[in-house]
Design a protein. Structure first.
Ligand code: TXA
Ligand code: MG
Length: 328
């Protein structure tokens, strides 16, 4: 595995590796993506293998522009308004796949819909344009682990299974894209993310419908595994002060005095700053020697919805890990 500084020539090399069916990790404005050519079944299969993803959970297809999206999916009027407002940028739209598209069915896990986005990070955009074909890319972390916001996180999680990591430094948003299903009349929010529901409402005229609550006995519903984004340590939410042995993940200016491991997501209580720091902070405190992780309350509005979604999943009971049994 090679870690390369992005330049026109290394990005071209990365595009060649993708064409050859290899995996390439690259920065996006949200988190690092683990990319494979979305038209090659074997290449996409390697994503699941590298991540240790226990079942075929559908992937997001990344494209360089709306025309590229149009070649693989049907863009209705509502989707077009959203695409024009937010692309390139951290919004993923679930659309109806165009029958006979070049996308391998491993990307959609056999669904009739496909998740697509046009990222705004210059390295991602340059790579997608150099490649000229859709790139399937989940977050570049081991399955169930915290998403990677630096090249070092990617290397630590995925190591030799990736041919190349384009190191674009820390990703600006630090939290994944917002996923919106626009296949029905009203948009449904499948995952809160870097674009807030309030901003979407400004374009659509109403807040998106919240996706139905997850059912414990249906863990295979796309994207809705309860425990996800999990550090190794147990996570305790809404903590006002740390208990003995715990590390404290703080937020805002009023933090209890503590001489144990402590990181503040944003001393000035800025949710964008907190989102950008979240996954790196979880990874660091996880290695602090603490016995658990206490997390101070974070407001639920704006980006707080996405941050709290990830933290609730980090705190959820962990599923038993037996990948071989759950492969379908
Ligand atoms: O910010 C992001 O979205 C990052 C960067 C790399 O673009 N990618 C990312 O991918 O977070 P991943 O695979 O970690 O999460 C994609 C989510 C999964 O939970 C998957 O179930 C859901 O999108 N998804 C994909 N296709 C879907 C579909 N057709 N219908 C519903 N959900 C879908
Ligand atoms: Mg992920």
């Amino acid at each position: 595995m090679r870690v390369a500084q992005p330049s026109p020539s290394t990005i071209d090399e990365a595009a060649d590796l993708l064409r050859a069916g290899e995996l390439v990790a690259f920065p996006t404005e949200t988190v690092y993506g683990l990319g494979a050519d979305a038209t090659q079944g074997q290449a996409v299969a390697r994503i699941y293998e590298a991540k240790g993803r226990p079942r075929f959970n559908p992937l997001i297809a990344h494209l360089g522009d709306i025309a590229g999206v149009e070649a693989i999916a049907e863009i209705g009027p509502l989707a077009r308004r959203l695409a024009e407002a937010f692309w390139p940028g951290p919004l993923t739209l679930v659309l109806r796949e165009r029958p006979g598209s070049a996308i391998t069915s491993l990307v959609t896990a056999g669904l009739e819909t496909i998740a697509v986005r046009v990222p705004s990070h210059p390295v991602a955009l340059h790579l997608l344009k150099a490649k000229g074909r859709p790139v399937a890319a989940p977050s570049a972390n081991r399955s169930g682990h915290v998403s990677a916001t630096t090249a070092q996180h990617v290397a630590a999680d995925l190591g030799e299974s990736v041919a190349m990591i384009l190191d674009g430094g820390a990703t600006p948003h630090g939290i994944e894209s917002t996923i919106l299903d626009v296949t029905a009349e009203r948009p449904v929010l499948l995952r809160p993310g870097a674009v807030t529901a309030e901003t979407i409402a400004e374009i659509v005229g109403a807040l998106p419908v919240q996706s139905a609550p997850r059912e414990a006995d249906r863990p295979t519903a796309p994207g809705q595994l309860e425990s996800h984004y999990a550090p190794t340590l147990p996570v305790r939410l809404d903590a006002t002060s740390p208990r003995e042995g715990e590390a404290l993940l703080a937020f805002g200016p009023y933090v209890p005095a503590y001489d144990g491991p402590l990181l503040n997501l944003s001393p000035r209580a800025d949710l964008a700053e907190a989102a950008a720091n979240l996954f790196a902070a979880l990874r660091r405190l996880d290695k602090s020697g603490a016995t658990g992780l206490a997390v101070m309350p974070i407001p639920e509005h704006g980006l707080g919805a996405a941050i709290n979604d990830r933290l609730r999943r980090a705190a959820a009971p962990r599923p038993p890990t037996n990948p071989s049994r759950s492969v379908r």
